[in-house]
Ligand binder design. Structure first.
Ligand code: UDP
Ligand code: MN
Length: 544
């Protein structure tokens, strides 16, 4: 039996029992690698490989991301690439074949080459936290920092292993790094998550400026000096390079168009906004930094003392998600500022999907709720209306401590943030047409809660029953909708009907119909009392 094993975790080393594989045809089996990450007991090792047979990938390839299967050797490579995408969220197999020292093509504006920076700049600790990062992308990040940063400004590269299980990130990485000048490796004994890991590293960093960097980046020549220059001029200024994009499939480099700034929407999703709707930027200002309502987490430079005084990363946020939004609102509200520096560029690897298996499905949502509850004051309602499930989620950790920090730092409110920092964010005036308790006029044990102006959460006998979009704005003639006591489902134009209980219905002709279970139904609208609902408060929209 011939098989190819994943080069970084050889099946042999893991003690995989290959006996059952012997029954396979030679070209049936392509390669084997551990199906899960973690510490393995002897028992688990025996059954812990995943087999990738030819057919598996042919099908996946047809609709999948890597194109069609070529020749026999090509197809093996293709299948390995496909498997690595599944495992890591990007084409790690291809990355393995690319130099650890490659340089992205020049993308800076010609004006940047005329820029002069101070001779004396603060020293930088480049902090790279990682969790299960493949060898090639991690080491390409480290080498690109070492290859492009002037030694006099680079205090150290701090590599922090956030409790990875992968073997290559342990002894092999340790011995590799010991041969690199200025690189320190720390293994965390607890899973800290993105923010927690960075906060931990910050306490150990020696440089005056912290440069947080994702573990899959490639720096351009001259990326560091413009960032340090801006931070040294104002220690409460937090800066980011222009983030270029490495394609997850082809590993090709794509330059990001200037101007660009970081923003977020009412769902608290972060994105880079190309061509921000600002006044036109004249060409001679192509080298001027642009203030940014938020910055992504990919690469971020911040003065170490300012980072500590503004409250580091929020320790109440869970492993991953929205920490860049939390930091952005906090920096701005509590006396700092943020900007993107056009003459500094770093490329960040995009991903096909997130590769992590998180213990908590609601982690990202919990983090967003925390941001809303602590930082958005009354505006948090707008977030809650956009994520109706947020109402149902309990926080793991109370916001009291961060609210105290907010008070003690004298941070401004979210209204100030919106009007001063991010006036372009449209504040929706989604006034509720209806509010308060909703009761059925005849059946009392049906309850509703109104999640937003267009969404109703139905619960029936205290269990969540369904979600439906209802028309809460009465029609012009009020013939339908809540003013008439009806709840109309927008898509179907049917009415919500409450049926009290199961029972055999006998028609006039004596025919017995199937019993109907009690509950809520969508039925053609009638004037029947089963479709009559009573709202505690009814606010008719203006103009009606
Ligand atoms: N990371 C970490 N611990 C975690 C999750 C992520 O240290 O629990 C690292 C990850 O390896 C990366 C950085 O934090 O270097 C940011 O995470 P990721 O790249 O997944 O975020 P994205 O760029 O997708 O927003
Ligand atoms: Mn990343």
């Amino acid at each position: 039996v011939k098989f190819i094993v994943d080069s970084l975790d050889p099946a042999m080393e893991l003690g995989v029992d290959t006996a059952p594989l012997k029954s396979l045809q030679e070209d049936q089996l392509l390669f084997v690698f551990p199906s899960a990450q973690g510490t393995w007991t002897q028992q688990e090792r025996k059954r812990s490989y995943k087999m990738f047979k030819r057919g598996t990938f042919k099908d996946a390839t047809a609709a999948g991301p890597l194109g069609s299967v070529r020749g026999r050797t090509g197809s093996i490579q293709m299948e390995m690439e496909q498997a690595s995408v599944q495992r890591h969220g990007f084409n790690e197999a291809l990355s393995e074949t690319i130099s650890l020292h490659r340089r992205p093509p020049e993308a800076r504006h010609p004006e940047c080459f005329g820029e002069k920076y101070s001779e004396i700049l603060p020293s930088a600790s480049v902090v790279i936290c990682f969790h299960e990062e493949p060898w090639s992308t991690l080491m390409r990040t480290v080498h690109s920092v070492l290859d492009t940063s002037p030694r006099q400004y680079l205090q150290e590269v701090l590599l922090v292993d956030d409790l990875s299980q992968n073997r290559h990130l342990k002894a092999r990485l340790g011995s590799y790094v010991s041969g690199l000048d200025g690189v320190r490796l720390i293994h965390s004994t607890r899973r800290l998550g993105v923010g927690g890991c960075r906060t931990m590293a910050a306490a150990k960093a020696k440089g005056q400026v912290l440069v947080f960097m994702d573990s899959h980046c490639e720096c351009h020549e001259g990326w560091l000096e413009p960032l340090l220059e801006r931070v040294s001029q104002d220690r409460s200024r937090v800066v980011s390079p222009v983030m270029d994009v490495i394609d997850w499939k082809t590993f090709q480099y794509n330059a990001t168009q200037w101007p660009v700034r970081g923003v977020f929407d009412w769902r608290l999703d972060f994105y880079w906004e190309l061509n921000p709707p600002l006044q036109e930027i004249p060409p001679e200002e192509a080298v001027l930094p642009l203030q940014s309502p938020a910055l992504g987490g990919g690469v971020l430079a911040i003065d170490r003392n300012f980072f500590q005084s503004v409250g580091a990363y929020d320790p109440g946020m869970l492993l991953w998600g929205a920490e860049q939004i939390e930091l952005s609102i906090r920096v701005w509200s509590c006396g700092g500022s943020m900007e993107v520096v056009p003459c500094s560029r770093v490329a960040h690897l995009s991903r096909h999907h997130l590769p992590y298996i998180f213990p908590d499905q609601e982690m990202l949502r919990r983090n967003k709720i925390r941001v809303a509850d602590i930082w958005m004051d009354a505006y948090k309602k707008i977030y809650y209306r956009r994520d109706t499930l947020a109402h149902l989620i309990k926080q793991v950790c109370g916001p009291e401590e961060r609210l105290r920090l907010k008070r003690s730092l004298g941070c401004r409110n979210f209204h100030w943030f919106l009007s001063t920092v991010y006036p372009q964010l449209y504040v929706p005036q989604d006034k509720l047409a209806l509010s308060g308790e909703v009761r059925h006029t005849h059946i009392c044990h049906v309850c509703f809660s109104l999640c937003s102006s267009t969404l109703l959460c139905f619960c029936y006998s205290c269990t969540m029953w369904a979600l439906a979009t209802v028309q809460t704005t009465p029609g012009r003639n009020n013939s339908r909708g809540p003013l008439s006591g009806q709840l109309v489902h927008q898509q179907s134009q049917m009415c919500v009907e409450a049926v009290q209980q199961a029972g055999l219905l006998q028609s006039k002709t004596g025919e017995v119909h199937k019993p109907t279970a009690g509950g809520l139904y969508l039925k053609p609208c009638t004037r029947h009392p089963r479709q009559q609902w009573h709202f505690e408060q009814l606010v008719a929209p203006k103009g009606n």
